[in-house]
Every structure is written in C-alpha cells, then in structure tokens.
Design a protein around this ligand. Structure first.
Ligand SMILES: O=C[C@H](O)COP(=O)(O)O
Length: 256
C-alpha cells in the first residue's frame, strides 16, 4: 500500500498571533498548490494562534491543515488551563499532537495520559499524532527498540483496528530534538520499521501497512530527502525548521 507523506510543523511555544499570521501567509503564498495533491501538510501552532492561522488558509483556499499541540480528554468542566477536544474541533483542527517528549519530560505526561488523549481524539475523528522516542541514555543502553515499542503499545491500549487506522505515530528520538543531531536515515528507519511491526502484531498487516509513521528530530531541508526516502518513514514532524517558511516549504517539496 502506498502511503501519502505527511509533513507537520510543530511551532511549539513560538509566535504571537501577529507573527503566526505572517508565517501562515508566507507558507500559503509560497507553497505550490499541486504539491498538496502529493503530500499532506499541517501546521500545529499554539492554541491562541489556531483560529487566525486556520482563517489564513481558509481565506486563501489552500489545503493546509491545522493541528493542536496538546489537548485534555475530559469533555468540559473545572479543569483550569486545559483545552477540550470539542474546542479544537470547533475551530477546525484536523490533527492533535499527543505525548510529545517535551510534554512527557517537562510536564509529567504519562503513557496513560497519552492513551486517554489519543483514544478521545480518535473518538472525535481528530487524528492524534502520537509521539514516541527514547532518551540518549536509553539509546546508549541499546534498549531503544523495546522502549519505543512499549510506548506504542501503551498508546494503543484499548484501541481496535478501526481506531488505530485513524492514528499517526511520530518517532522522535529525544537526543535529536532541537539539537541539530539528526538520526541517520538507517537509525530512523530501524525504529520506524519496528513501530510498524508492532502495529502489525497488534492490529494486523493491513492496518500496519496503512499507518503513517513520521520521523522528527532536527529534520531540515538538507536531510529531509534521505530520511523520507526510507521505506517506513512517511513524513516528518518538524520543529525549528517549521518556523521558517523557506525551510518548511523545501521540506514539503522533498516529501512530494
Ligand atoms: O515536534 C517536533 C520535534 O520536537 C522536532 O523538533 P526539531 O525539528 O526542532 O528538532
């Protein structure tokens, strides 16, 4: 089965509304419309920027999706500071990142939290981009495949085949995020293939073949082509390089 690449920009905690609108406009102006037949493109700005960025893309009639960077699984109520799935749905989010290592490591998000978020998103027909990835100490200990596939199993707990088919996994080795130290294509492919094999064990070959597995971690316009050339890498979750229209667009082009 051929899978369409997905290039998703994670803007993290960057860009005021004014800055976000300028960046969205630059991306919209420069992206070639026919590339969007060949590759899915999304940007994930901070919550406050979601609606303005979505409005830019709607006004320009450009098929670039928006996604949130996090969400809470409860539908509503006394959860100060949290944002619900209905809220991001209402402003047109197609995707939502869950379990990013910054959320796991800086904000104490657990595998159980990631699972609850992913399941609630699937239920609402918003695609969770489920992030997994090992730290440098786990990589050096040589146990990274067990570690990452355990994260995948935990994220999928309680899901059936139809649920899993609505998800995206992003493999992001923590040691490669924002460090400029990208995984080699071979390193990234080894883990992405293991993720697909785990999905096959859990949900069967058909679901696994259709599952998009992204790579994230210092992906840029210089290394994207080689990473995206690997058999089990179906796109990228881009941090720093997604904050510059030129770099982001070049990566999208490489993914076509
Ligand atoms: O979500 C994106 C990743 O954390 C990658 O970030 P980076 O491209 O700045 O390394």
């Amino acid at each position: 089965m051929s899978r369409k690449n997905l290039i998703a920009g994670n803007w993290k905690m960057n860009n005021t509304v004014a800055e976000a609108v300028v960046l969205a406009q630059e991306i919209s102006n420069r992206i070639e419309r026919d590339w969007l037949e060949l590759v899915d493109v999304a940007v994930c700005p901070p919550y406050v920027d979601l609606k303005p960025v979505k409005s830019v893309f709607e006004f320009d009639r450009v098929d670039i999706a928006v996604g949130a960077q996090n969400v809470y699984w409860e539908p509503k109520g006394a959860f100060t500071g949290e944002i619900s799935i209905a809220m991001i749905d209402n402003i047109g989010c197609t995707y939502c990142i869950v379990g990013h290592s910054e959320r796991r490591n800086l904000f104490g998000e657990t595998n159980e939290d990631v699972n609850l978020k992913a399941r609630a998103l699937v239920e609402a027909d918003i695609t969770p981009i489920i992030c997994v990835g090992e730290s440098l100490s786990v990589r050096d200990a040589g146990t990274y495949l067990d570690f990452v596939t355990a994260q995948v199993r935990a994220a999928y707990a309680g899901m059936d085949e139809a649920d899993a088919a609505k998800t995206v996994i992003a493999y992001e080795p923590v040691w490669a995020i924002g460090t400029g130290r990208t995984a080699t294509p071979e390193q990234a492919e080894e883990v992405c293939a293991a993720i697909r094999a785990t999905a096959s064990e859990l949900f069967g070959a058909e679901v696994a073949e259709g599952l998009r597995v992204l790579y994230g971690g210092s992906m840029n316009e210089g290394n994207a082509a080689l990473l995206l050339g690997e058999a089990d890498i179906d796109g990228g979750l881009i941090g720093g390089a997604a904050l510059k229209a030129d770099s982001f667009i070049q990566i999208v082009k490489e993914a076509c």
